[in-house]
Write a protein that binds this ligand. Structure first.
Ligand code: SAM
Ligand code: SF4
Length: 338
């Protein structure tokens, strides 16, 4: 299905929960997080219902995210249900990785195609400081579990925040010996207009991907490593908005996602479903369409399906062409589903 700007919309990101076992400084406040009430959150079968209807309207790829999607009970069953839908070609997951050692095999068997693991530093102390509750080894074990379960590609997402002074080259080097696709993401002001994310986003904290690329190459030269060159044979599936590079001879790639410095709105193919059942045409716009109300309207199922389809078409019609004027959102990333 095409939106009003000629873009094909075939990708749905679903936040399974706003809850999380971490409290990353750029995503959630340390204390006093107001979680959504259980009854407000879509049930697993409601999510499957929505995906079934949307897949008939052109959604081919689904990403499960959150909050931390793996803390949501029923996630494996949901993957299995979605995998059985003929229109869905792939199901992916964005996770902090903590629960992967326990769940990677089941998820793979249920039909999950790809995994993105979020990891912002390889320094154990800094990892604990960023996540406020996590330990580096958990994330590293999660990566091992994803590779051992046979996921391909396995992507590592790192948010670059200037004040954190992360070691970018150390990250990029993760792509050399194992088939890992490391992606740097520019820090975004999500949740900031309400002051809700509690980490004081400021424009000075954003490191553009261009600057990151320069830093990595400068550090690589200093270590006698080759510079990054555009990726050739290693382009990972689910290419998306990242631009990919590689160290010559490396097993994986290094990608750059630049929502702040180089908008990729012209290529945007996605819709978002929040954990409380709101359909969101754009990450950076607080415009939302109520899906939960339709699901719980008590109408006959055929009418609910028609109403869901109408809401989907209306939301697609409302997708903005760019996010130039948007500087923050009311909802946090963990509520929208990053
Ligand atoms: N809990 C899971 C995880 O961390 O991967 C899934 C949800 S999390 C909200 C999804 C992604 O959003 C993570 O990669 C996280 O680093 C990223 N993220 C959160 N807040 C962000 C921000 N302000 N700017 C850029 N990325 C952000
Ligand atoms: Fe949780 Fe992911 Fe947000 Fe970190 S980025 S607090 S792991 S939802």
């Amino acid at each position: 299905m095409k939106d009003g700007h000629g873009r094909t919309i075939d990708y749905l990101r679903i936040s399974l929960t706003d809850r999380c076992n971490y409290r990353c400084i750029y995503c959630m406040p340390e204390e006093g997080v107001q979680s959504m009430c259980h009854t407000d959150i879509l049930r697993i079968e409601e999510i499957a219902h929505v995906v079934r209807v949307f897949s008939n309207l052109g959604i081919k790829s689904v990403r499960l995210t959150g909050g931390e999607p793996l803390v949501r009970k029923g996630v494996v069953d949901l993957v299995r249900d979605i995998n059985d839908m003929p229109g869905i070609k792939n199901i992916s997951l964005t996770t902090n990785g903590v629960l992967l050692p326990r769940m990677a095999d089941q998820l793979r068997q249920a039909g999950l195609s790809r995994v993105n693991i979020s990891l912002d530093t390889l320094d154990a102390e800094q990892f604990h400081a960023i996540t406020r509750r996590g330990y580096l080894q958990e994330a590293l074990d999660g990566i091992d579990a994803a590779l051992a379960a046979g996921f391909d590609p396995v992507k590592i997402n790192a948010v670059a925040v200037r004040q954190l002074h992360q070691d970018y080259l150390a990250f990029a080097k993760l792509s050399i010996d194992r088939p890992l696709h490391v992606r740097f993401i520019e820090y975004m002001p999500v949740g900031e207009s309400s002051g809700a994310n509690g980490c004081g986003w400021g424009p000075d904290d954003v490191i553009s991907c261009e600057e990151l690329f320069e830093i990595i190459n400068r550090q690589a030269r200093a270590e006698g490593l080759p510079e990054l060159v555009p990726a050739s044979k290693h382009q990972p599936l689910g290419w998306g908005p990242a631009r990919y590079f590689e160290f010559s001879g490396a097993k994986g790639t290094v990608g750059f996602i630049s929502p702040m410095s180089r908008h990729f709105c012209g290529e945007c193919n996605r819709m978002r479903l929040t954990a409380d059942g709101k359909l969101r045409p754009c990450l950076f716009s607080d415009r939302e369409y109520d899906i939960r109300g339709i699901l719980r309207s008590g109408k006959p199922e055929e009418q609910i399906d028609r109403d869901l389809a109408d809401a989907f078409r209306t939301a697609i019609g409302a997708k903005p062409d760019d996010h130039d004027d948007i500087t923050g959102t009311e909802r946090r990333m963990s509520q929208i589903g990053g």
